[in-house]
Every structure is written in structure tokens, then in C-alpha cells.
Design a protein around this ligand. Structure first.
Ligand code: MRU
Length: 345
């Protein structure tokens, strides 16, 4: 199944409002870059690849009404790029898609503003279509790691909703199902915003993949009981040494998986790698509003003056990662060597 969370038509970007899932399926319309910035910041759309795609369309909407000189056009394009990249800092895809579009447009010698605008849109569409291809290829490679009858634990939502429609970690399950394998999934609920309970459980139920929802603190005892054969999660940014930022709580799972000798896989397209950052220390971690923790379940659950920390992501050290599932194949240790081969490709 495909769960495309965005569609672009007639100069309007429509986003499936993920804050409302699974209870309501409502689409929100973005007509300018301010709308897009707001939607990314407030998690109407989320998941690193999806944010990247949407950022590309946002950049186009930011310049779509411009009439003026070529110099003014590029000034605005750069200003919009900086603005949109500030919406969420951890996922690298937003920065990458936007920088690529600015760079690609800058190569054009054209003075015709309509042609330059179309070039921006075409590149945003290309980033969108590229993600569709990458996720399917990645799914096929990842599915080979699973045996029929396996139960896999996942965290947050790295599904169609987090990408152009097929997903990374969940894409592996969809591909395995397509290969006739019987896979069952344990979904961590993923506090504080419950992407696992609300989004992953929704996707898997619709796809008829057996899914068991557990609270985040239940993973260890499920592993000890021998109920989990592998862990597969997505990624927001992967540093040059393999240290990986993903939804807060991923690191806990990696430690638990190592303690129980369970393979721990990251499924991510090559667009999620950031070779400009040597290790996880260089990955910017987004801290979100404390209210997400104190009112995470819809109503106040903590005393008024309590101190709160709300990092949205953590970094899993590469030593805890078994391998990376990418569209170019499964990258094994030593990661520096397999990443080098990947970059050469
Ligand atoms: O805060 P979110 O919901 O945007 O976090 C999403 C994740 O951490 C995903 O696992 C990651 O972006 C990979 S999605 C293919």
C-alpha cells in the first residue's frame, strides 16, 4: 500500500494532517512558504524524507509569485531557503533538497523568471520522485534480511507517511510481504507524540501486517522473552562514521538489542547520509516544546511548575548498529569502508 502524505497540484501543496491521525483523515492546504514552514514545524508533516520533499515544494511556493529582476529572484530564493531550512534542524533531507535546488537553479543562465520558477518546481518534483524510487529499492534489499515468521520491532514512524508514500523501515515490511514472507511487527508507541501508536499502527493495520502496539518501556522484556528477531528503524541524519540520529528512544533500543544479541538495522536512503559531519556529536538535536511532554496525551498530566526536557531525537553510536539498509544495498561493517564504496558509486 502507498500512504503518500503530500500532493502538489495547481500551485497548492496538500498535506495529510498527521497530527489528526488515526482518528481523522484531513488534508491541509499550503499556498505559500509560510504555510509550509508552519506545517513542518508543527508536525502536520514529519519524517525526514517527507520534510525534505515538502521543503522543496515550499521553496517553490516562496518564489512562485515573484515578478522582478534575475538578481532579485535569486535574493528571494536564498532568503526563502534559509527560512524553510530553519523549520526543523535534525533531519538532513530538508537542508539537502533545498540546497540542491538553489544550486541547480543557480547554474541556469536564463534571465526569464518564469523559466527559473519552473526550474525550481521541476527540481522539487524530481526530489519527490527520487524518494519513491529509493524507498522501493531499499525495501527490496531489506526484505532479504528477514525470514518468514520473523517478528520485528520498530520505533516512531518510518513508513509511507514519513516519506513519499512507501517508507523506509516499514517499506522493508511491505516489500517482505510482497515477497510472500509472513512478518509480524511490534510498534513502540513512541512518547511524547505517539507516532508509533498513531501512525505506524495505522499504516500496518491498513496494510494487513500483524502489528502489536507496546509502550516504549516494554521492549526489554519482549526481547528477553525471545519475541523479537530484529529491530528496524529509520534515520534523520547519519554521520560519516555511521552514528545515527533518529527519534528519541532509538538509542535505548540499540542498547537493548545489543544486550539481547538481536540485530539492529537502520533503513535509510543515501539522501539521509551527511558525510560533512564526522560523527554524531556534530548532529544538531531539536528540542521541542515542553508542553508535548506535560500534555502529551491531550490533557495536563504533570504538575504546573515541573522542569521538562524534550529532545526530539537521540544519536545511536555506530558500534551498536548491525548494518544500514539503503537503496544501494545492505551496508555492513566496517562502515567507513562501505560508505566510501557508496560515495564512489
Ligand atoms: O519527529 P518526527 O516524527 O519527524 O521523527 C521521525 C523519525 O525519527 C523517523 O524515524 C525518521 O525521520 C525516518 S522516517 C523515514
Amino acid at each position: 500500500m502507498i500512504f503518500a502524505p503530500m500532493r502538489f497540484r495547481h500551485n497548492v501543496l496538500e498535506l495529510l494532517d498527521q497530527r489528526k491521525l488515526p482518528l481523522q483523515e484531513k488534508w491541509l492546504r499550503c499556498r505559500n512558504s509560510k504555510d509550509v514552514y508552519w506545517a513542518i514545524k508543527n508536525m502536520v508533516v514529519r519524517g525526514a524524507p517527507a520534510i525534505g520533499i515538502v521543503g522543496g515544494y515550499g521553496l517553490y511556493l516562496g518564489i512562485a509569485r515573484y515578478r522582478g529582476s534575475r538578481k532579485g529572484f535569486f535574493g528571494l530564493l536564498r532568503k526563502q531557503a534559509v527560512y524553510l531550512k530553519g523549520a526543523r534542524p535534525t533531519g538532513v533531507n530538508l537542508r539537502n533538497v533545498i540546497d540542491e535546488i538553489v544550486k541547480g537553479t543557480g547554474k541556469s543562465k536564463d534571465r526569464n523568471i518564469s523559466i527559473l520558477k519552473r526550474l525550481v518546481l521541476r527540481q522539487a518534483q524530481a526530489a519527490h520522485h527520487l524518494d519513491e524510487k529509493l524507498c522501493r529499492r531499499m525495501g527490496a534489499h531489506g526484505a532479504k534480511l528477514l525470514r518468514s515468521g520473523d517478528t520485528v520491532l520498530t520505533h516512531c514512524n518510518a513508513g509511507g507517511l514519513a516519506t513519499s508514500g512507501f517508507g523506509t523501515a516499514l517499506g522493508v515490511f511491505y516489500a517482505a510481504k510482497g515477497q510472500g514472507k509472513k512478518i509480524a511487527v511490534f510498534a513502540d508507541e513512541t512518547r511524547p507524540l505517539l507516532q508509533g501508536a498513531r501512525l505506524t499502527a495505522w499504516e500496518l493495520t491498513k496494510s494487513k501486517i500483524p502489528c502489536t502496539l507496546i509502550c516504549d518501556n516494554m521492549a526489554a522484556c519482549m526481547m528477553k522473552a525471545g519475541r523479537i528477531d530484529a529491530v528496524i528503524v529509520g534515520a534523520d541524519r547519519i554521520a560519516a562514521n555511521g552514528d545515527t540520529a533518529n527519534k528519541i528512544g532509538t538509542y535505548n533500543l540499540a542498547v537493548l538489542a545489543r544486550a539481547h544479541r538481536i540485530p539492529f538495522y537502520i533503513a535509510a536512503p543515501v539522501t539521509t547520509f551527511d558525510f560533512s559531519i564526522r560523527n554524531g556529536k556534530g548532529i544538531p538535536i531539536e528540542y521541542r516544546d515542553p508542553q508535548e511532554v506535560t500534555e502529551g496525551l491531550g490533557k495536563r498530566i504533570a504538575p504546573r511548575r515541573v522542569k521538562v526536557l524534550n529532545p526530539a531525537f537521540d544519536v545511536t553510536p555506530h558500534l551498536l548498529i548491525t548494518s544500514f539498509i539503503t537503496e544501494a544495498g545492505v551496508l555492513k561493517k566496517p562502515f567507513r569502508r562501505s560508505f566510501l564504496k557508496l560515495r564512489k558509486k
